[in-house]
Structures are given as structure tokens and as C-alpha cells.
Design a protein around this ligand. Structure first.
Ligand SMILES: Cc1cc2nc3c(=O)[nH]c(=O)nc-3n(C[C@H](O)[C@H](O)[C@H](O)COP(=O)(O)OP(=O)(O)OC[C@H]3O[C@@H](n4cnc5c(N)ncnc54)[C@H](O)[C@@H]3O)c2cc1C
Length: 305
């Protein structure tokens, strides 16, 4: 790995060894990436993957808003898409690169009078992460607006596929783990910008009132079981406000876990598993994690400061 950056001297992006990934996630926890690569743009990212031997494990991260990275960090190369973020409107559609933030896409769409993308204003991730997770809110999901996706797999093949080939379901796309979404086309309809903006304002107001959006969190911890709400099950199991060390179940929205400031990843994961157990015991429902947990575990002390 030491020689890695020398070998790839013709790339424009940044390489960082042993980089603390907590900086790149909403939870602000997690160990280091053995190697972090931040491509400068889409061409740089494609060039890198085409040259980088398949033997190096690769993990892609967007805004880190749906991730719990374990304290032992991630072996191999972590690719951050933060700078691969161009957005271009075309009539009632929009081209967006993987690292473009959902919020920015929503704002751009409103500027160009494109409706249908308002729900993205409340999702703090990138569109690449949104496609992987089939993110959604307020009755809409990415699959409702996704036309096609440009993909690169880790053997270096670049290809385009239609959204129906991604087999998107509630909070997941059924795609191989060695696919990285490079860019996509999103479709909307023409409307008046002021109407679009007022819908976006309503969404933001509702979020502020009902979710702990200014805390260190990763959004909904568990998927909603069929025709049920996870938060109701968690509440009924008596877990609202439950703490473990510096991890806490939000009082405001009890399907959100919070790092109260000094938590480590294992405290948050353990607290999530305690919630899961209590819900199972109380209601017989086995909650499924929505947050993606990745990386190596290390045994950490529970922090009682
Ligand atoms: C306050 C808050 C509110 C939230 N509200 C919502 C909500 O209303 N609805 C909702 O659905 N989610 C919500 N989330 C969760 C999160 O924002 C979404 O899941 C988002 O789509 C994740 O995008 P990301 O870029 O942060 O992905 P990351 O968290 O970085 O990664 C998530 C997964 O996507 C993969 N991935 C990332 N980029 C790519 C790429 N280019 N190609 C292939 N795979 C990729 C990663 O490997 C990982 O498996 C919320 C989170 C927070 C913190």
C-alpha cells in the first residue's frame, strides 16, 4: 500500500493513508480507511478504477449519512465521491453525478422549474448513496424519478442501465457490491419555481419539527416492517431515550440513534441491537437495520463519562 500513491501519480485526486473516516460520516464515529482516495472528478474516478488492481478491496462512500463505520476501520481503499458532483438540467430532466447532494439537486431542479424532485431536499445524502439505498420520503423514492444510471464495476467496465434493471425496492437496490454508480438522469415535470419552492419549504419545516436533524445521527436506524412503523414498535418497547455510554435513542424520533458527542461505533451498534432485542421480545417483530454497518470491529469499553 505504501507505494500506492506513487504508482498512481497521473491521477489528480487526493490519496490519504490511514485516514480517520469518522470525519466523513454523519455519526462522526468509526476507524480509519487503510487508504482513502478522493477523485477530483468523474474521469479521475474512472481512470483510477480501471488501473487499480482488483485485488485491493474497494468501498465507496457518499455523504456518509446512512453509514455506521466500525471502530476498527475499513481495509483496502475507500473512495469518497464528494468531488464528483456536476449537475446539468435538460428540459424537464436533470443529469447528476454520483457525489451531487440530494439537497443541491432539489434546489437546482426548483431553479429550472422541474417538479417531482422536491422530496430530495430533506435527504442529506448524495444521489449515488440514494440510488444504492433507494432513498425516499414524503411518498416518493429515488426509483420514481430515476431514468438511467451510468455504472462502473470494479473490473473497470463502464455501462449504462435503465432504472428498472436495478430492481429497486424499499430502501435497497439489488445491485452487486462491486458496482459504483457514476452518474444518472433524473426525470421530473415542468412547473412553476415558486410552487416547487413552497413544497420544499413545507418538507423542511416538517423535518425540523419531527426529526433530530441537527444531531450526530444516520437517520432511520431500522426499516419499517410491512404496514408498521419502527418508531412505534421502539416506543412501545420502552426504548425512547434509552442510552448506552454516549449513544442514545432520540427522544424526538425514536427510530433515530444519536451520538451524544463522544460515542464510539460499537456503543451505537450495541444500543441498536439492544433496541432490536427489546422490540422482538415485546412485539415479536424482528427489525431490520436500514443503516449500513461496515468495517472491522474492535472491542471498545463502554464510555460512561
Ligand atoms: C438526518 C438524516 C435524515 C435522513 N432522512 C432520510 C430519509 O428521509 N429517507 C431516506 O431514505 N434516508 C434518509 N437518511 C439516510 C441517508 O441520508 C440516505 O440513505 C442517503 O441516500 C445515503 O446517501 P449517502 O451519500 O450518505 O450514502 P452513504 O451513507 O455514504 O452510503 C450508503 C450506501 O450507499 C453506497 N454508496 C454510496 N455512494 C455510492 C455510489 N456512488 N455507488 C454505489 N454505492 C454507493 C455505500 O457503499 C453504502 O453502502 C437520513 C439520514 C440522516 C442523517
Amino acid at each position: 500500500m505504501k507505494k500506492f500513491s506513487e504508482f498512481y501519480h497521473d491521477l489528480n485526486g487526493e490519496f490519504r493513508e490511514n485516514y480517520p473516516l469518522a470525519n466523513l460520516t454523519w455519526f462522526k464515529v468509526g476507524g480509519p480507511a487503510q487508504m482513502l482516495f478522493i477523485p477530483e472528478n468523474k474521469d479521475d474516478l474512472i481512470r483510477f478504477i480501471k488501473k487499480c488492481p482488483i485485488k485491493y478491496p474497494k468501498t465507496v462512500i457518499g455523504a456518509g449519512s446512512n453509514l455506521l463505520i466500525r471502530d476498527g476501520g475499513i481495509p483496502g481503499i475507500v473512495i469518497s465521491t464528494q468531488k464528483v458532483n456536476s449537475i446539468k438540467p435538460f428540459d424537464s430532466s436533470l443529469y447528476a453525478e454520483c457525489g451531487a447532494l440530494d439537497m443541491t439537486i432539489s434546489r437546482e431542479a426548483s431553479k429550472y422549474g422541474i417538479t417531482g424532485l422536491e422530496f430530495l431536499i430533506g435527504i442529506p445524502g448524495t444521489i449515488g448513496g440514494g440510488i444504492k439505498m433507494n432513498a425516499g420520503s414524503y411518498g416518493m423514492e429515488i426509483k420514481d424519478i430515476l431514468q438511467d444510471v451510468e455504472v462502473i464495476d470494479y473490473s473497470g467496465s463502464v455501462f449504462k442501465i435503465n432504472s428498472d434493471e436495478l430492481e429497486m425496492e424499499y430502501r435497497k437496490s439489488n445491485t452487486p457490491n462491486d458496482w459504483l454508480f457514476l452518474s444518472c438522469n433524473l426525470r421530473g415535470e415542468k412547473s412553476e419555481s415558486h410552487k416547487i419552492r413552497s413544497k420544499m419549504k413545507e418538507i423542511m419545516k416538517d423535518r425540523k419539527n419531527n426529526q433530530p436533524i441537527n444531531k450526530l445521527t444516520s437517520g432511520s436506524t431500522f426499516k419499517n416492517p410491512y404496514k408498521m412503523k419502527s418508531w412505534e414498535l421502539i416506543d412501545a418497547a420502552g426504548c425512547r431515550g434509552l442510552t448506552l455510554g454516549n449513544a442514545k435513542v432520540s427522544e424526538k424520533h425514536c427510530n433515530f440513534l444519536i451520538n451524544t458527542g463522544k460515542a464510539n461505533s460499537s456503543e451505537i451498534e450495541k444500543l441498536g441491537n439492544i433496541v432490536k432485542e427489546r422490540v422482538l421480545k415485546k412485539s415479536g417483530i424482528n427489525l431490520e437495520w436500514e443503516i449500513i454497518r461496515i468495517g472491522n470491529e474492535i472491542e471498545n469499553e463502554i464510555n460512561h463519562e
